[in-house]
Design a protein around this ligand. Structure first.
Ligand SMILES: NC(=O)C1=CN([C@@H]2O[C@H](COP(=O)(O)OP(=O)(O)OC[C@H]3O[C@@H](n4cnc5c(N)ncnc54)[C@H](O)[C@@H]3O)[C@@H](O)[C@H]2O)C=CC1
Ligand SMILES: CC(=O)C(=O)O
Ligand SMILES: [Mg+2]
Length: 370
C-alpha cells in the first residue's frame, strides 16, 4: 500500500501523524511511505530522520493525496484538502464530525473511507487513539487555566495553590474521563480545591479511590453544576459521548453565577463544547470574554506541545496503520471491531450511529454487500 503523510495545515498545529519508526516499520513490510517535506519540523523531526528510514519525501500535499491509498493525518482535513481526497481513499485522522456539519458534508461528498481516531473503541468502550491526546489536553487545561487566571491575561488574579494564609483556587472539572482525571490530578498537585463531576457511578467510585483528598468527586446534575459555578475560579469542560455532539451542561444564563474574571477551559470544544457560549478558537487567539467570564476553546490543544503529543499519538496509531496497510480496510474492519467502530463514512454514506443521529442522516451498515 502507498501511505501518505501530509504536513498539518490547521492553524498552530505542530504535530505530525508519523514518526520515523513508522516509516521503518511500514517499509520493512513492503509498503511505500510518502512524507511531505517539512512535515515533522514542528515536532523536532527533520526530513533526514524520515529519509534515513526509507520514506519518499514529496514537495506538495497534492501529490501525496493523488498517490496514496491511505492518508494518515492528525487533524480533520481543512477546506484546502477536501478537494484533494479521492473516492475510495482511506483517510485515518481525527475528524470530530459532530461538531461540524460543513466538514461532514464535504467529506461525505469525497466518497472516501473516513476512519476516525476518536471513535476507535475497544470492547470496554475505551478510546485508545483519543486517550493520549486527552491526557495531554487534560494536563494542559490546568496550566492554561493558571495562566489565564493571571490579571494581565484578564483573569481574576488568583494563584491556583494560594499561599499560607490565603485560600487556593476552586476548580470544577465537568466530566471525569481521561481529560477530567488528568486535569484533576494536576490541579490537585497545585494544591487547588478541586471538584470533579461525572454521571457514571462506576467512574465516580474509581475516581474517589484514586484521587487525593483535595479532590471532591460529585454526581453531575444541573443543580450541582450551577452551585459549583458560584465558587469556581476555573471550570474545565471534559465531557464526551463518543461520536456525538457534546452535551451542553452550562447555559449562557448560568455565567451570571460566576465571578468576573473566572476562566472556562472547554476542552470538549472539538465535539462542539459543553458550554453554550463556547466557540472554537486557536492557539494564536485562544480566548474571548462573555459576561465577564474568560473562555479558552482551542480545538487542538495538544498541537502546541507537538514534540510530546506527536510521540504520544504515533505510539498508539502505528499498530492500526500497519494493520490497515497489511490487510486493506475491509479485511481489517472484519478482523478488528475497534477499526470497524472507527469507520465513520464509507462510499458516501455515514456508518457511525452517533454522527448519523447528530445530522439526522441515515446510518449505513458497514458490512452491507457493496
Ligand atoms: N480541545 C482539544 O484539543 C482536545 C479535546 N479533547 C476532547 O475532550 C473531550 C473529553 O475526552 P475524554 O476525557 O478522552 O473522554 P472520556 O470518554 O474519557 O470521558 C468523558 C466523560 O464524560 C462523562 N460524561 C458524559 N456526559 C456527562 C455529563 N452530562 N456530566 C458529566 N459527565 C459526563 C462520561 O461519563 C465520561 O466519564 C472529548 O470531546 C475529546 O475529544 C481531547 C483531547 C484534545
Ligand atoms: C483530540 C483532538 O482533537 C486533538 O488532539 O487535537
Ligand atoms: Mg472544524
Amino acid at each position: 500500500m502507498i501511505i501518505g503523510v501530509p504536513k498539518e495545515i490547521k492553524l498552530d498545529e505542530y504535530r505530525v501523524a508519523m514518526l520515523p519508526v513508522g516509516v521503518e516499520e511500514l517499509t520493512r513490510r513492503g509498503h511505500k511511505v510518502l512524507i511531505e517535506q517539512g512535515a515533522g519540523l514542528g515536532s523536532g523531526l527533520a526530513d533526514h530522520d524520515y529519509l534515513e528510514n526509507g520514506c519518499e519525501m514529496v514537495d506538495e500535499a497534492a501529490e501525496i493525496f493523488a498517490r496514496a491509498d491511505m492518508i494518515v493525518k492528525v487533524k480533520e482535513p481543512m477546506p484546502a484538502e477536501w478537494s484533494l481526497i479521492r473516492p475510495g481513499q482511506i483517510v485515518f485522522t481525527y475528524f470530530h464530525f459532530a461538531a461540524d456539519r460543513e466538514l461532514t458534508e464535504a467529506i461525505l461528498a469525497t466518497n472516501c473511507t473516513a476512519v476516525a481516531y476518536e471513535t476507535l473503541a475497544d470492547d470496554q468502550g475505551r478510546l485508545p487513539l483519543l486517550t493520549p491526546m486527552s491526557e495531554v489536553a487534560g494536563r494542559m487545561s490546568i496550566q492554561e487555566g493558571a495562566k489565564y487566571l493571571e490579571r494581565p491575561q484578564m483573569g481574576r488574579g488568583i494563584l491556583l495553590g494560594g499561599v499560607p494564609g490565603v485560600a487556593p483556587a476552586w476548580i470544577t472539572v465537568l466530566g471525569g474521563g481521561v481529560v477530567g482525571a488528568n486535569a484533576a490530578k494536576i490541579a490537585a498537585g497545585f494544591h487547588a480545591n478541586v471538584s470533579i463531576l461525572d454521571i457514571n457511578m462506576d467512574r465516580l467510585r474509581y475516581l474517589d479511590d484514586v484521587m487525593p483528598p483535595n479532590v471532591d468527586v460529585l454526581f453531575s446534575d444541573r443543580h450541582t453544576i450551577r452551585k459549583q459555578l458560584e465558587r469556581a475560579d476555573l471550570v474545565v469542560g471534559a465531557v464526551l459521548i463518543p461520536g456525538a455532539k457534546a452535551p451542553r451542561l452550562v447555559e449562557r444564563e448560568d455565567l451570571k453565577r460566576m465571578q468576573p474574571g473566572s476562566v472556562i477551559i472547554d476542552v470538549a470544544i472539538d465535539q462542539g463544547g459543553c458550554i453554550e457560549t463556547s466557540k472554537p478558537t486557536s492557539h494564536s487567539n485562544p480566548t474571548y470574554i462573555v459576561d465577564d467570564v474568560l473562555h479558552y476553546c482551542v480545538t487542538n490543544m495538544p498541537g502546541a506541545v507537538g514534540r510530546t503529543s506527536t510521540y504520544a499519538l504515533c505510539n498508539v496509531t502505528l499498530p492500526y496503520v500497519i494493520q490497515i496497510a497489511q490487510q486493506g480496510i475491509d479485511t481489517a474492519a472484519q478482523a478488528s471491531k475497534p477499526i470497524a467502530r472507527a469507520i465513520n463514512m464509507q462510499a458516501g454514506k455515514v456508518t457511525n450511529q452517533a454522527v448519523a443521529e447528530t445530522f439526522e442522516l441515515p446510518c449505513a451498515d458497514l458490512f452491507a454487500k457493496k
